[in-house]
Design a protein around this ligand. Structure first.
Ligand SMILES: C[S@@+](CC[C@H](N)C(=O)[O-])C[C@H]1O[C@@H](n2cnc3c(N)ncnc32)[C@H](O)[C@@H]1O
Length: 431
């Protein structure tokens, strides 16, 4: 009887999917697994693609499994269920030949303690090979792949059509976006990238980023096109005292340092600051790096400008981190909203009168964006909103809300590959 080796790419994928779904581990973390580093590049790429696509399509896949089974797979069958999910993903959503998708999935359980599921997996996969493509085409993919609480929150904030457009954008793997320290036209050519209206460079996903020209010299860094916008909203920071209160791993802080700010980069996480300091060094830039809780820190002197890229649910990054949808819940969003409110209040006395505060989160949730600013202003904070203008965001007026805040969505710039969801508001201290 044929049995898949436990070090085969698909067997590793079953194990990693279990770590994400059963143990709540982050996809990015499990992709650091040492077994992956021992695989050929092609196999490693396959495992990444397989896990990412399975997580993106999990709702559709599980609905298809339900459709084929009279009753759910029994408890203790998680390994077999994960193998089946990955098999269906290969069969219906990846370019894997049906016979290969089916036989390699069945081989994963044969000869193991899950061998009793081999027949069932074979039957489900063969049936879906016949019916699955039509069934999948008739599914409401966006709705099924989005946890119910998130769907409700998006319909409330963006309407039914908006929620569908957002969820549809989540099905597509995000491209690689790059921020350059200088000379985007030159680097666009060298990196074979296009230049977006907002100024970021964009390459198709895939391949090793570290192997590209200019990476070691710090000529550019990876940063989603939407993530590159908030720091720019502080305007000309050359020579100004600027604080980035939640700086690590540092994409936005690097932008501020490159723009000539006298930068204080603060973060609570020593581990994440190590990465930031390494990035600063790679780019040959300088900043005062402070490890502290921004909610309890007193600066030596107030700042001209502050960026508060607050910790958030990160639901705006589902294109890159499809597992986030499975890990978060409404209680966590509420808890994070409390942290954001505390950090916003703490930032006010750190700012000089007339100074600028940009608050941002990579979240789609209203509680972490517009509601946060509405509550702050309604509560009498000595701040006034300074509306963002289209010309500050590459002329893309659709990125700006009626209130004058930035609200990017995964379905914005859709024809060019979308962008992460970010909210940002710009506020000026009035006294
Ligand atoms: C959204 S990330 C920041 C990303 C970063 N600005 C960038 O562009 O790469 C949020 C950061 O806030 C930090 N953080 C969370 N709570 C904090 C606090 N109370 N004080 C300071 N930093 C905090 C986290 O460690 C995390 O690095």
């Amino acid at each position: 009887m044929k049995r898949a080796s436990s070090t085969s790419p698909r067997a590793i994928a079953v194990d990693l999917l279990s770590m994400v779904l059963d143990k709540g581990r982050l996809l990015d973390d499990v992709l650091d697994d040492s077994r992956l580093s021992r695989l050929e590049d092609r196999d490693r790429g396959f495992v990444r693609m397989l896990l990412g696509t399975t997580l993106r399509r999990l709702g559709q896949i599980d609905t298809l499994i339900e459709h084929c089974l009279d009753k759910p797979m029994r408890a203790g069958a998680a390994g077999a269920e994960h193998a089946l999910r990955l098999g269906i993903c290969q069969l219906l959503f990846l370019d894997v030949a049906p016979h290969a998708a089916i036989s390699t999935t069945v081989d994963l359980v044969k000869g193991s303690k899950l061998a009793g599921f081999a027949k069932l997996l074979n039957a489900v996969l063969r049936r879906l090979d016949r019916e699955g493509r039509d069934l999948a085409a008739a599914q409401d993919a966006g709705l099924l792949n989005t946890p119910e609480w998130l769907w409700r929150s998006w319909v409330k904030a963006y309407g039914e059509d908006g929620a569908h457009a957002i969820a549809a954008a989540h099905l597509i793997e995000a491209p690689v976006d790059i921020t350059v320290a200088a000379d985007s036209a030159l680097w666009a050519e060298r990196l074979e990238a296009s230049v977006l209206p907002t100024g970021s460079l964009r390459r198709a996903a895939g391949g090793s980023v570290a192997a590209l020209p200019g990476f070691d010299d710090g000529a550019w860094w990876i940063q989603d096109a939407a993530a590159a916008l908030p720091a720019r909203l502080l305007g000309d920071v050359r020579g100004k005292a600027v604080a980035d209160l939640c700086a690590a791993p540092g994409g936005k802080a690097l932008q501020l340092a490159v723009a000539g700010a006298d930068l204080t980069a603060l973060d609570r996480s020593a581990k994440r600051l190590v990465r930031f300091t390494a990035n600063l060094k790679r780019l040959g830039l300088k900043a005062k790096v402070v490890e502290a809780d921004a909610g309890a820190w007193t600066p030596p002197a107030p700042f001209d400008a502050i960026l508060l890229d607050a910790p958030c649910s990160a639901t705006g990054t589902l294109r890159r981190h499809p597992d986030v949808a499975r890990h978060k819940n409404p209680a966590e969003v509420m808890k994070l909203a409390g942290v954001q409110a505390r950090l916003l209040q703490a930032a006010i006395p750190m700012l000089k009168p007339g100074g600028t505060l940009v608050y941002c989160t990579c979240s789609l949730e209203a509680e972490e964006g517009p509601e946060q600013i509405a509550a702050l202003l309604a509560g009498g904070a000595p701040l006034r909103r300074v509306p963002i203008r289209p010309e500050e965001v590459g002329g893309l007026a659709e990125l700006i809300t009626p209130e004058g805040d930035l609200r990017t969505l995964p379905c914005h710039l859709a024809s060019q590959g979308g962008m992460d969801a970010f909210f940002a508001a710009r506020l000026e201290k009035v006294s």
